[in-house]
Every structure is written in C-alpha cells, then in structure tokens.
Design a protein around this ligand. Structure first.
Ligand SMILES: Cc1cc2nc3c(=O)[nH]c(=O)nc-3n(C[C@H](O)[C@H](O)[C@H](O)COP(=O)(O)OP(=O)(O)OC[C@H]3O[C@@H](n4cnc5c(N)ncnc54)[C@H](O)[C@@H]3O)c2cc1C
Length: 245
C-alpha cells in the first residue's frame, strides 16, 4: 500500500460487510479531506457476484476465492467489482475537483452549492515545497523542486486569496447574490461533495491519478482512496491495482 506522508488516516480494524465506518484522511493543509461514510460489501461480494453464474454462494473466503478474484481482475472480468461500493465525503480544491469529476462511470455525486451557501470559503495555497517549477520537458507536469524564492511567492498567493475573500464578502454586504459574488473566488477554493462509487471505479481513478503524469495534488487524493479502501477490500483492491502485464 502506498502512503502519503502528509496524510492522517485512521481506519478501523474491522471491515464489516455493511456498516458505517469512521475513517478520514486529511490533506497536507488539514483542510482537504476524504471521509468514509459507508461501506457496502467486501471481497466476498465480488466472489459471490462471480459465482452466481454457477448458482453458487459462499459465506467465507477461501484461498480458492482469492484466486478467483485475481483471475477476474487479470482477465478484465470487471463487472463483479461493480457491486462493492463506498460512500465518501470529499473536500478538495476546485482545480482538483475539476479533474476528479472527469471520472464518471460508476460514480454518483452531490456537491455543496455556492448559490445557496455564503459562509466563508476556504482557499487552498501551496506549501513552500509545493510551489513547483514548470518542467519544460512535460506538457502537463512540474518539476519536483520548488521555485527560487518560494516562501515569498507563497505569501503573495495567500495575500491574493485574502483579497479575493475580502472582496467576496464586500459584494455580499452590498447585497450581491451569492451566485454572482462567487465569480471572484479563485480555483483554489475548496468544494465539498458526497460521492458514492464502485470499487472498480475507484481502482480506475487510482490507476490514472497515481501515475507520475497526474498532478501531484490529485495524486494525494488517489492515494488516500487506496489507504481508506484497502482495509475493506484487501484482496480485490490488490488484484485491481496490480499490473498483470
Ligand atoms: C494525467 C491525465 C491528464 C489528463 N489531461 C486531460 C486534458 O488535458 N484534457 C481533458 O479534457 N481531459 C484530460 N484528462 C481526463 C481524461 O481524458 C479522462 O476524462 C479522465 O481520466 C477520466 O477517464 P475515465 O476513462 O476513467 O472516465 P470515466 O468517465 O470514468 O469512464 C470509465 C470508462 O468507461 C468507458 N466509457 C466512458 N464513457 C464512454 C463512452 N462515451 N463511450 C464508450 N466508453 C465509455 C471507458 O472505458 C472509460 O475508460 C486527463 C487525465 C489524466 C489521468
């Protein structure tokens, strides 16, 4: 299991088949988060979805069942992995959510609306180490190292955030509707949503978004998903995220 050093994950030891489970990951700035609200199913759900073809049902996992899960994943028999599901509460900056929301199949979402909510938005800013330099060799990437003078630039970025927030609040005071006033808020504003998704969908997100070509900020969320889901579906998660080539 890969881990993010900035992450705080507290996962329960027990992995019940259907249960509300309290486990939460926090991002480096302690604002972003992924919280498991509910878990539906287990590795056994995958096994029984596959075994129904032969009108078979098992109540306990055996090594044979583990082999079946690995076989299904290896040969892309993906539908049994649609049945286990999790419901998450996710908080991430809008620029990350725009990428996250591109993943659609097997996922349902409901998001906070800034048409109705006008509480103070929380705004993301990079850490000093996170103020990465553009990499001329990669079309969509960045270097691992921060730019020169990063500390001062991060302070400036925070200043711009504070100004945007102050102007947003001023617009509200001048009776501008929240749905209009929000236009001055930056892409780094945090948004929050409930997401229900299948194990297969999350494994696909993990595959695409832990790739070194993915933006580092979304990589952290993809790794959080792994840390939170792995304890509930250890055999299936490993099978789905192993390169069988
Ligand atoms: C590193 C990286 C960079 C990216 N850069 C860009 C970018 O610059 N611009 C941009 O617009 N997007 C970009 N994307 C987003 C990318 O194009 C996908 O939209 C995103 O990764 C979700 O892909 P998905 O296949 O998991 O989508 P999902 O919608 O979750 O689909 C899952 C699977 O369902 C099937 N499927 C979905 N829709 C259809 C359909 N209509 N017909 C047939 N089969 C379907 C496919 O097998 C698909 O893989 C980027 C993604 C990554 C990982």
């Amino acid at each position: 299991m890969s881990s993010d050093s900035s992450a705080t994950v507290s996962v329960s030891d027990a992995a019940p088949a259907v249960a509300p489970v309290s486990s939460k990951w926090l991002s480096e700035d302690r604002i972003g988060s992924v919280e498991v609200l509910e878990v539906f199913g287990s590795d056994l759900t995958v096994v029984n979805a596959a075994r129904v073809s032969f009108a078979k049902h098992v109540d306990e996992m055996t090594t044979r069942d583990e082999g079946l899960i690995r076989f299904l994943a290896k040969h892309d028999h993906i539908s049994p992995f649609f049945h286990p599901q999790v419901r998450l509460r996710i908080k991430m900056p809008i620029f990350v959510a725009r990428e996250w929301f591109r993943h659609t199949i097997g996922l349902a979402r409901n998001e906070v609306s800034r048409r109705y909510v006008d509480s103070d938005p929380e705004l993301w800013a990079p850490s000093v180490e996170g103020l990465r330099e553009r990499d001329p060799k990669l079309k969509q990437g960045s270097k691992d190292t921060p730019i020169e003078g990063a500390e001062a630039v991060v302070e400036e970025m925070r200043g711009w955030n504070d100004r945007a927030l102050a102007y947003y609040k001023e617009l509200l005071e001048r009776k501008v509707a929240p749905e209009i006033a929000r236009a001055v808020l930056p892409q780094g504003m945090y948004t929050e949503f409930i997401e229900t998704g299948s194990l297969a969908a999350y494994a696909r997100i993990w595959q695409l978004r832990t790739d070194p070509g993915a933006q580092r900020e979304i990589q952290a969320y993809a790794r959080a998903i792994e840390a939170l889901l792995m304890p509930h579906f250890p055999v299936s998660w490993k099978a789905l995220t192993t390169n069988h080539d």
